[in-house]
Write a protein that binds this ligand. Structure first.
Ligand code: SF4
Length: 66
């Protein structure tokens, strides 16, 4: 699995999609770019602030031990 880039804020954003290429790199694509021209398809990373940021849904972790 290719190394994931440090994309800053995008890494916690629901609009991020990670796109691997054939050379083993992974790029952080902004899905908002599809519908809003203010957002570049591949924003320069790490993104430190963004008006389009929305937190990604939390992935449930393992059940705590009882
Ligand atoms: S909306 Fe902003 S923070 Fe979210 S993926 Fe796009 S550029 Fe990154």
């Amino acid at each position: 699995m290719p190394a994931k880039p440090d994309s800053g804020l995008c890494d916690q954003c629901r609009h991020q999609r990670l796109v691997p290429n054939t050379r083993g790199s992974v790029f952080s694509l902004c899905e908002r770019s599809r519908t809003d021209p203010r957002f570049p398809r591949y924003p320069p990373i790490p993104v430190l602030s963004c008006p389009g940021f929305e937190p990604a849904a939390q992935v449930p972790g393992p059940e705590p031990r009882r």
